[in-house]
Design a protein around this ligand. Structure first.
Ligand code: PGA
Length: 253
C-alpha cells in the first residue's frame, strides 16, 4: 500500500523564527500521523532550511521549493543541488510549481533538466503539473498534463520515478478557494498514473505518490485522500499556521 504524504508549501512566507516555532508546534503531530501511515513534510524558503533542519523531528520530510539545474556558475540569485545537499535531512525539492512556471517562465524542459540533475544527487522531486483555467475551459487538461509528464520525466530512470511525488495542481484552484471536485481530481490523478504506466510499466505506476493540490483545507482534505489514486496533498495557505495544518492532518484519522 502506498503511504499518504501531506506536504506544506510555505511559498514566500515565514522568517526563520516563525519557521522554528512552527516546527516545535507540529512535532507531536508528525509522530501521530506516522502511526496512521501518513508522512508530513514542509517546504520552507531557502533561508529557513537550516533552522528547520536543526529542529525537525525524525520523519518530517524537509523539501526545498526550487533548485537550479546547473552545477555551479554565473547564475545570480540561484541555488544549486550540491548546496541543497549540504542541508542535513533535506530529501525533496518541489519542481515546476505553477507559480514558477507562470512568473519565472519555467518550462517542462527545464523541469526535466532539474530532475535529471537531482537523479544524480539522489534527491526526490515533488513534480507539479496542472492546467490553467483557459486550458481547463478548452478541455485541454489531459493534453497539457500528458505533455508535462512525458517531457518532464524524459530520460529519468524507472527506479527514480517510482520514488517521486507528482502533484496535480490545477492552476485555477491554487490560492483561489475554487477546488477541483474530488471526481475531477481523481480522474486526473488516475490519468497521470496511467501515463506513468505507459512510460514505465505498472510496477512503477503503482508506487509513485500522486498528490492533489489547490485550496486543500481542513474541511475538504479527506474528500481527496479517500480517492483511490490520490495519495496525498500539497497544501499552500492551510499549511502556514501550525494549528490549521494540524487540524488538516488530524481530520484524516
Ligand atoms: P493553496 O496552494 O493550498 O494555497 O491553494 C497550493 C499550492 O500552491 O501548492
Amino acid at each position: 500500500m502506498r503511504k499518504k504524504v501531506i506536504v506544506g508549501n510555505w511559498k514566500m512566507n515565514h522568517c526563520r523564527n516563525e519557521a522554528s516555532e512552527f516546527v516545535s508546534g507540529i512535532k507531536d503531530e508528525v509522530k501521530i500521523a506516522k502511526s496512521h501511515n501518513i508522512l508530513i513534510g514542509i517546504a520552507p524558503t531557502y533561508m529557513s532550511l537550516d533552522v528547520v533542519s536543526k529542529k525537525k523531528p525524525a520523519g518530517l520530510i524537509l523539501s526545498a521549493q526550487n533548485v537550479n539545474e546547473h552545477a555551479s556558475g554565473a547564475y545570480t540569485g540561484e541555488v544549486s543541488i550540491s548546496m541543497l545537499s549540504e542541508v542535513k535531512g533535506l530529501t525533496h525539492i518541489i519542481i515546476g510549481h505553477s507559480e514558477r512556471r507562470q512568473y519565472y517562465g519555467e518550462t517542462n524542459e527545464r523541469c526535466n533538466a532539474k530532475m535529471l540533475a537531482m537523479q544524480e544527487a539522489n534527491l526526490t522531486p515533488i513534480y507539479c503539473v496542472g492546467e490553467t483555467l483557459e486550458q481547463f475551459e478548452a478541455n485541454l487538461t489531459k493534453k497539457v498534463i500528458k505533455e508535462q509528464v512525458v517531457t518532464g520525466l524524459a530520460n529519468l530512470s524507472a527506479e527514480f520515478v517510482s520514488k517521486m511525488i507528482i502533484a496535480y495542481e490545477p492552476v485555477w484552484s491554487i490560492g483561489t478557494g475554487k477546488n477541483a471536485s474530488k471526481e475531477i481530481a481523481q480522474d486526473i490523478c488516475c490519468f497521470i498514473r496511467k501515463e506513468i504506466s505507459k512510460l514505465y510499466g505498472k510496477r512503477v505506476a503503482n508506487k509513485v505518490i500522486i498528490q492533489y493540490g489547490g485550496s486543500v483545507k481542513p474541511n475538504n482534505v479527506k474528500d481527496y485522500l479517500t480517492q483511490p489514486d490520490i495519495d496525498g496533498a500539497l497544501v499552500g495557505g492551510a499549511s502556514l499556521k501550525a494549528s490549521t495544518f494540524i487540524e488538516l492532518i488530524s481530520n484524516l484519522y
